[in-house]
Design a protein around this ligand. Structure first.
Ligand SMILES: Cc1cc2nc3c(=O)[nH]c(=O)nc-3n(C[C@H](O)[C@H](O)[C@H](O)COP(=O)(O)OP(=O)(O)OC[C@H]3O[C@@H](n4cnc5c(N)ncnc54)[C@H](O)[C@@H]3O)c2cc1C
Ligand SMILES: NC(=O)c1ccc[n+]([C@@H]2O[C@H](COP(=O)([O-])OP(=O)(O)OC[C@H]3O[C@@H](n4cnc5c(N)ncnc54)[C@H](OP(=O)(O)O)[C@@H]3O)[C@@H](O)[C@H]2O)c1
Length: 454
């Protein structure tokens, strides 16, 4: 691999999660200089700070791949820089660097809420993403306090719900975890593999009773309770040992309507409306029956997926960044990655999105990687249609460094990542742990400054 990029182009990739990292690799392999900018000091995004915090082997396997990407000479990494109109580096700052294109792979950092009465300002309501960041030691969440009670409701039944339930069962050892789903057991979004982690805590008697309760609604759509019970208990065959008394239960066909509070303004219950299932296309949608009940709880966690961060300042509607909706000129079935400004009724020239920034909360690392790579292909196709930039090939990088200096933002580069990783490994060894993470940016900087050059 040559030391200098073999094309005159520089592309800024904002966000170094799996989508941004694999996009950076694809661009680098095509000879493009990549300015890889990341909010967190460490690269990896949710692979580092989302995947369940004890999955050390999986995380380390991914880190190995990410290290190789950062090692590419065409990739210049800058951690600890948040880009967006509400942040330290604005979109205008970024566009003024003179990069040939900008790819946003910032993930889905916005918080999706339900807009329920009582939802805002009530103690004991949390979003799963914040808890996941806390468990994975992402600053500043790592240092926040989350007051978890004894009886915890989780809205949503995807794999994030399982990760949260796992933490509540094995770390917090709460008395009860109640999963609240607007649809039925057949519409569960979690996978059996993940369910194995918590299935031993599933209260089988309560599950039977719950399936009996909703049997008429299930019958309406041709579903059988016994078959569903057997399906839901299948993960038990390969279940992990359970050493927690926490009772896990499900409340199906229940849409959240209102948060109830006690005199201390803490959650005391969730009012839900019962649903039936109604076919719509090839899916079943929930439809309210008007029947209302209350599920008592002292903590409520939303695990309903995320939306993108509006504060970045890209055109935004309905929780998403807006992309071109016209069919692709040569492949009509292909998704679009070009950001579209509906006010100007035109694409934002040279601006693209990929990964969870394009479709929020969509799939595993492999899917984000594939989407990042496709986004990079779209960027490369765009570059082919461009004339070479008139400035020297490293001008955007030099401007970027001057911009950071003018904003008094310290450069956290790939060398710093290496030194931080070495310092954390040394700390883990000293403590006899599988892994160790410094839980604030200051501690990360301090560790780097007191560690030898790698
Ligand atoms: C709780 C949870 C557990 C998961 N567990 C698994 C699992 O076990 N296995 C699996 O395969 N998949 C798992 N996934 C899915 C996987 O993590 C995602 O598919 C993948 O990380 C999405 O990649 P991304 O790069 O699009 O976004 P992200 O991973 O979110 O990366 C976004 C990056 O952008 C940066 N960023 C954000 N905003 C800005 C900004 N304004 N300026 C600059 N940088 C910014 C962030 O610092 C981050 O590094 C899990 C997801 C969650 C939520
Ligand atoms: N270990 C792992 O492999 C792992 C761990 C965590 C996450 N992930 C992946 O990360 C992605 C995101 O996971 P996720 O759990 O956040 O999302 P998800 O799989 O899409 O599940 C979201 C859940 O929230 C519900 N929901 C969404 N909007 C709602 C609303 N407005 N009201 C009530 N309920 C609502 C959904 O119900 P409906 O179906 O009715 O919409 C669904 O049950 C997934 O692809 C997941 O597989 C993987």
């Amino acid at each position: 691999m040559s030391e200098a990029p073999s094309t005159p182009y520089t592309v800024a990739v904002v966000g170094a999660g799996p989508a941004g990292l694999y996009a950076a690799r694809k661009l680098a392999q095509a000879g493009v200089q990549v300015l890889l900018i990341n909010r967190d000091l460490k690269p990896g995004g949710l692979a580092e700070y989302g995947i369940y915090y004890t999955k050390h082997k999986m995380k380390e396997g991914l880190r190995k791949q990410f290290r190789k990407i950062l090692d590419l000479p065409e990739v210049q990494y800058f951690g600890g820089v948040e880009v967006g109109d509400a942040y330290s580096v604005t979109l205008t700052d970024l566009y003024d660097l003179g990069c040939s294109a900008v790819l946003f792979t910032v993930g889905a950092q916005g918080t999706k809420m339900l807009g329920l009465p009582g939802e805002v300002g009530t103690e004991g309501i949390f979003h799963a993403k914040d808890l996941v960041y806390y468990c994975n030691q992402l600053p500043p969440f790592a240092n926040q306090h989350f007051e978890i009670g004894k009886r915890v409701g989780i809205i949503g039944m995807g794999n994030v719900m399982i990760d949260i339930a796992r933490w509540l069962i094995f770390d917090k050892k709460v008395e009860e975890v109640i999963v609240i789903a607007r649809r039925g057991p057949a519409e569960r979004a979690y996978t059996d593999k993940e369910m194995r982690e918590v299935v031993k805590n599933l209260d089988q008697e309560a599950l039977h009773a719950e399936l009996e309760r909703i049997e008429p609604a299930l019958k309406e759509v041709g579903q059988e309770t016994e078959a569903l019970f057997a399906e839901m208990m299948k993960p038990l065959e390969k279940a992990k040992a359970a050493d927690s008394p926490t009772r896990l239960s499900f409340r199906f066909l229940s849409s959240s309507k209102r948060v109830l509070t006690d005199e201390a303004n803490r959650v005391s219950g969730l009012e839900v409306e019962s649903n039936r299932l109604v076919p719509k296309g090839d899916t079943l949608r929930p439809q309210g029956t008007g029947e209302v009940s209350v599920i008592p709880m002292d903590t409520l966690i939303y695990a309903i997926g995320d939306q993108v961060d509006e504060k970045v300042g890209l055109p935004f509607a309905w929780g998403k960044y807006i992309v071109l909706s016209d069919p692709h000129p040569t492949a009509p079935e292909r998704a679009r990655y070009e950001v579209y400004d509906p006010n100007k009724e035109q694409v934002l020239e040279g601006v693209f999105v990929g990964g969870w920034a394009r479709v929020a909360s969509d799939g595993l690392v492999g899917k984000a990687r594939a989407d990042g790579e496709t986004a990079a292909s779209e960027v490369l196709a765009y570059l082919e249609s461009q004339t070479s930039p008139s400035h020297a090939h490293d001008e955007p990088l030099q401007r970027w460094k001057r911009l950071l200096a003018s904003k008094e933002i310290r450069q956290f580069t790939k060398k710093h990542v290496q030194r931080l990783e070495a310092a954390e490994q040394a700390e883990a060894q000293k403590l006899g742990q599988d892994f160790f993470k410094f839980n604030s940016n200051q501690k990360m900087w301090d560790a780097i400054e007191s560690s030898p050059e790698v």
